[in-house]
Design a protein around this ligand. Structure first.
Ligand code: ZN
Length: 354
């Protein structure tokens, strides 16, 4: 993975290349941005450039011994710390402390990637802070997180923050057609559904995943017509599905957004995400009061936020989701209030127009 393979992050790459060429890389970087926009890939690409045996400071050669070791995950000076379960364990940071007593083994720069640094709890965060306060030379720390506010302020303030943008629909579609030979119409649909994440786009090339989404949205479209017992049965059925619940809620959010767009644009289909469902969305939208849709969207965000912070039972979460849809407004859902403390609101306006 070299810089040239990173999609849609030209600004970040320009900054990094500039810092590399002028030898001005700080000792700690924070790559901030949504999941799937290339933070981890960029960190790994930077580790390669810093240790590549060819002379270029602009990109890695991907052929030398160092690059090959990086590619196979066997480079001794690339350390990846990530969560096990929900959190990054304190032991991992203590291991890191011990390793840092020694200089990089191959004489280049040791890169320590702390992926999803927001999953460090206070103890691990404080241990890392101690390291960052007196960073040993020849080490570069790269933290990834959704946002700098997700970290302890004392940690965030010691990192230079580079913000990763959501990758544009056009850039994802071009990548899918150009590199993965996906037919243009399908590439457009997948790019729209990917919500700015290349990672998601690639996962969506799997037919099974797209079919699952379609079936889920069909279930949701019918949910207002069925008896409560059937709602419970649908939740049970979907809870047995191997798919990721957070992903299901993401589908529901995009769908709720499209229902509102259908109202606002009086049936125009150009700005829909779910382009393949444009024929059906009008009839579904007509059954929702447009006033209720932002609240439904809020409930979905609340559910998704709660999922990030606690283990929710999949079945009861789906029941919450389906009953919220059935009520039209999430406000009446009995699950809405308990979820509020964990609520991570995403401004609805940004999602509609973004
Ligand atoms: Zn190389």
């Amino acid at each position: 993975m070299s810089f040239s393979a990173i999609i849609g992050q030209d600004r970040v790459l320009r900054l990094l290349r500039h810092a590399l060429q002028h030898g001005r890389l700080p000792h700690a970087l924070l790559f901030a941005g949504l999941d799937g926009v290339g933070k981890r890939r960029t960190a790994l690409a930077l580790a390669r450039v810093l240790n590549c045996e060819s002379a270029s400071s602009d990109d890695s050669c991907d052929r030398c011994l160092s690059c090959r070791k990086m590619a196979s995950g066997n480079h001794p000076d690339l350390v990846v710390v990530e969560r096990e379960g929900q959190f990054i364990r304190i032991d991992r940071i203590r291991d890191l402390q011990r390793r840092l007593r020694f200089r990089p083994l191959e004489g280049g720069k040791r890169v320590i990637l702390i992926h999803e640094a927001e999953t460090m709890r206070t103890e691990a965060g404080n241990a890392l802070l101690k390291i960052l306060e007196e960073p040993p030379p020849d080490n570069l720390f790269i933290l990834t997180a959704p946002d700098s506010t997700a970290l302890l302020p004392t940690i965030a303030s010691r990192c230079l923050c580079l913000r990763f943008q959501a990758v544009t629909r056009a850039a994802i579609a071009a990548h899918l057609t150009g590199v993965h030979a996906v037919p243009p119409e399908r590439a457009d649909l997948v790019a729209a559904l990917a919500g700015g994440s290349v990672f998601r786009a690639l996962a969506l090339l799997d037919d099974e995943e797209l079919n699952r989404r379609r079936q889920l949205l069909e279930t949701m479209a019918r949910i207002r017509d069925v008896a409560p017992t059937e709602v419970l049965a649908a939740a049970e059925r979907w809870s047995g599905d191997k798919g990721d619940l957070s992903e299901d809620i993401e589908w529901a959010k995009m769908w709720a957004r499209d229902l509102l767009v259908t109202h606002l644009e009086a049936g125009g289909t150009e700005n829909l995400i779910n382009q393949d469902l444009s024929g059906e969305l009008g009839a579904v939208a007509a059954r929702f009061d447009p006033q209720d849709l932002p609240r439904l969207f809020d409930t979905l965000c609340a559910l998704q936020g709660a999922l990030r912070h606690q283990h929710l039972n999949k079945r009861s979460s789906l029941e919450a989701l389906f009953f919220a849809l059935r009520a039209g407004t999430g406000k009446d859902s009995p699950w809405h209030e308990p979820l509020l403390p964990a609520l991570e609101r995403e401004p609805f306006v940004r999602v509609v127009h973004g």
